[in-house]
Design a protein around this ligand. Structure first.
Ligand SMILES: *[C@@H]1O[C@H](CO)[C@@H](O)[C@H](O)[C@H]1NC(C)=O
Ligand SMILES: *[C@@H]1O[C@H](CO)[C@@H](O)[C@H](O)[C@H]1NC(C)=O
Ligand SMILES: *[C@@H]1O[C@H](CO)[C@@H](O)[C@H](O)[C@H]1NC(C)=O
Ligand SMILES: *[C@@H]1O[C@H](CO)[C@@H](O)[C@H](O)[C@H]1NC(C)=O
Ligand SMILES: *[C@@H]1O[C@H](CO)[C@@H](O)[C@H](O)[C@H]1NC(C)=O
Ligand SMILES: *[C@@H]1O[C@H](CO)[C@@H](O)[C@H](O)[C@H]1NC(C)=O
Ligand SMILES: *[C@@H]1O[C@H](CO)[C@@H](O)[C@H](O)[C@H]1NC(C)=O
Length: 500
């Protein structure tokens, strides 16, 4: 709506001159084209009668117009259909009319939650020809099926392409690599299969790539490491396998990397230490089956680390430099050794799940830390772990461990009852990546980037976990809502956004 208002302001300013209001019109071909498009979408046969002058006297909230030059006529520049636009609702057999071609100035087309009952497919000839489009979002349309047409790769002005939460299938066409101006590509929550095309490495402007919750196979293409502006890479809940290519460590603007719920193997390449801006690192449910890489402790932008169910072995490395860390999930692995006491000194740590590992020794966390986290601290299922007498009287159920026998203190040779002697029990981490750090007063960081979808459907996936980790970013959501480029539809869909 903002641009319509701006256009009207421009219009009023102009009309102070000699030009009369009636001189600005929508050309008849465009007007009739718009009527066709609306008639095929909305459930109101009389839409054209109610909105005979949609750019001026009888506007509709989902349509934006701008005044062109020479001649200074109105043009339809944006059409938006979705639950945030009031009545009329979409027609039960809504479809996309070829008359869109009569709107040659259309820059933005977004249709949310409209194709619900009768099947709609993306016509290759139509969509390959909408050459003025900069923003195409067809989202949350359960009956939008068929394939992603390769001809979309012709829309060279496209900056945003969102086809998420539909029922699309088939491969991701390599032709999309031709969209050199694309900043956001979101194909998440469909039924897309095959490999991630190598050609995506040509999307040199890309900041957001979200292919999560599909059926994609193969390895993560090493060429994605060339996308040097990438801030969000979300490939979770697919069938990706193999190792992470060292080239991905070149993504030094990356803020979010989510590869959870795939079949990716470790060890992770040391080059990932180049992810200097990374805040959200999520690998849950992959057979990584290796040590936790030591470089993790040097990625000081991290706010959330999640490696649940990754078959991780060995000790928890030194993470004492991660002053911004708020959430650490290492549950359901085979981690051994003692819990580093400096975890309890991380000033912003607010969620810590170390449950179901093989950790041993006394829980070296202070009463203050334990009280602060409450039920967000979980150390269950570590048979060799014990708590000192000091804590024994006041602990959450997630802290239920045996009381240590013998002397008390933070040393790692406290005897725990029935503690199994682990073969690799004593790790000396003191020489590894040791840093001194002075902790700032506790203050929750507000991530300056977020790319989360809150999906109001029952499909299982990585989102549950992501939401759990990102519950502190409500403020960011609010800011996104006020950004007209990033339309947010109710609380149902939160589009990815990044700070300009
Ligand atoms: C559009 O894309 C298709 C498939 O990629 C291609 O065959 C066709 O030549 C392109 N058309 C134009 C006008 O570029
Ligand atoms: C997903 O696509 C495959 C074919 O690629 C098909 O067999 C399967 O039924 C589809 N699943 C859903 C839920 O539509
Ligand atoms: C930690 O968070 C603060 C506040 O959000 C931010 O200013 C700072 O740059 C962050 N530190 C790192 C290393 O990212
Ligand atoms: C724990 O991890 C294993 C794989 O290491 C997995 O099979 C199992 O489902 C996970 N359990 C839970 C509760 O997530
Ligand atoms: C910790 O992770 C386990 C799964 O490994 C999960 O069942 C449990 O609910 C988590 N604890 C908390 C406090 O979220
Ligand atoms: C016991 O724990 C609760 C929160 O879990 C805290 O409010 C209370 O102060 C604690 N009591 C003592 C004696 O530490
Ligand atoms: C056990 O801890 C004490 C200090 O608490 C230390 O002096 C001693 O050397 C430790 N023993 C072993 C075997 O690590």
């Amino acid at each position: 709506m903002a641009s319509l208002l701006l256009s009207l302001v421009g219009f009023l300013v102009l009309s102070c001159g000699a030009i009369a209001e009636s001189d600005f019109v929508l050309e008849e071909t465009e007007l009739l084209g718009l009527f066709d498009v609306m008639a095929s979408l909305v459930d109101e046969p009389g839409w054209a009668q109610v909105h005979p002058e949609p750019c001026t006297n009888t506007p509709w909230p989902g349509i934006e117009c701008q005044i062109g030059q020479d001649p200074p006529n109105f043009h339809v520049t944006a059409i938006h259909i979705g639950p945030d636009v009031a009545s009329p609702p979409c027609h039960p057999s809504a479809m996309i009319s070829d008359s869109l071609l009569k709107l040659p100035y259309l820059k933005s087309l977004s249709i949310f939650n409209c194709f619900v009952t009768s099947t709609v497919v993306l016509s290759p000839t139509l969509f390959g020809s909408l050459s003025s489009l900069e923003h195409l979002s067809l989202q949350s349309n359960p009956s939008l099926a068929g394939e992603v047409p390769p001809s979309l790769g012709n829309l060279s002005k496209l900056r945003v392409l969102t086809l998420s939460q539909n029922n699309l299938q088939g491969n991701i066409p390599g032709e999309l690599g031709g969209l050199v101006n694309l900043e956001q590509l979101d194909l998440s929550y469909n039924n897309l299969s095959g490999q991630i095309p190598q050609e995506l490495e040509r999307l040199a402007s890309l900041a957001i790539l979200d292919l999560s919750s599909n059926e994609l196979e193969g390895v993560v293409p090493f060429g994605l490491g060339q996308l040097h502006l990438l801030q969000k890479l979300d490939l979770c809940s697919n069938r990706l396998h193999g190792k992470i290519a060292p080239e991905l460590g070149k993504l030094n603007r990356l803020v979010l990397l989510d590869l959870s719920h795939n079949s990716i193997n470790g060890p992770l390449p040391e080059t990932l230490s180049g992810l200097e801006q990374i805040q959200f690192l999520t690998f849950d449910s992959n057979p990584i089956n290796s040590l936790i890489p030591l470089f993790l402790g040097s990625l000081t932008s991290l706010t959330s680390i999640s490696f649940s169910s990754c078959g991780l072995t060995g000790p928890i490395p030194d993470l004492s430099s991660l002053n911004n860390l708020t959430a650490l999930s290492l549950d359901n692995n085979s981690l051994r050794g003692t819990i580093p006491s400096n975890l309890g000194s991380l000033p912003n740590l607010d969620q810590l799940n170390l449950s179901h590992n093989k950790l041993t020794g006394e829980l070296p966390l202070s009463q203050g830390f334990i009280n602060r986290l409450g039920e967000r601290l979980d150390v269950r299922g570590n048979d060799g772990l014990c708590t000192s007498h000091r804590l024994a009287s006041n602990i959450s159920t997630y802290l239920q461990t045996r009381t240590c026998l013998g002397k008390q203190g933070m040393s790692d040779n406290v005897t725990c009852p029935q503690q199994q002697q682990q073969p690799q029990q004593s790790y000396d981490l003191k020489g590894n990546n040791k840093r001194t750090s002075s902790f700032a007063p506790s203050q929750h960081p507000t991530p300056h980037f977020i790319g989360v979808h809150q999906v109001g459907e029952t499909r299982q996936g990585c989102r549950e976990k992501e939401r759990w980790h990102l519950q502190s970013v409500v403020e960011v959501y609010k800011r996104m809502r006020s950004d007209p480029m990033q339309r947010v539809i109710g609380s149902q869909v939160l589009e990815a956004s990044w700070e300009k």
